[in-house]
Design a protein around this ligand. Structure first.
Ligand SMILES: [Zn+2]
Length: 120
């Protein structure tokens, strides 16, 4: 994922990198799941692309669902831990041919995964 953020950077400074954003047009990221029993889990995954095992509550086995507050349409580079940044985009549920949009200083650049060409 750090490489994805780097795509949007060009040769910008480290400071600009921190403020870079990543989004998947039309999709939301799930940052937190909640269970009826009160259990919570932090995740980083596209909504609708969670694996069953990720949704199963470790405490009671019921299916967890994202909280409204646990959804985000944009990921900010500076809110992600280095461990999260080290994860490949595929671990977020992204698939080849998905389009990601990288933002920096109000400029948004779109990239299609699995290809190096840039969208017009
Ligand atoms: Zn539960």
């Amino acid at each position: 994922m750090a490489a994805a953020f780097a795509l949007g950077e060009g040769r910008s400074s480290v400071k600009a990198k921190a403020a870079a954003t990543l989004e998947v047009p039309g999709r939301l990221f799930v940052r937190e799941l909640a269970c009826q029993c009160g259990e919570r889990r932090r995740v980083l995954r596209l909504k609708g692309r969670l694996r069953m095992s990720q949704q199963k509550c470790a405490k009671c086995g019921r299916r967890m669902s994202p909280l409204g507050t646990g959804l985000a349409n944009t990921l900010r580079g500076d809110t992600l831990s280095s461990r999260e940044l080290a994860r490949p985009l595929s671990s977020l549920g992204l698939l080849p041919a998905d389009v990601i949009a990288l933002g920096r200083r109000n400029r948004l650049s779109c990239f299609e995964l699995g290809s190096s060409s840039k969208d017009p």
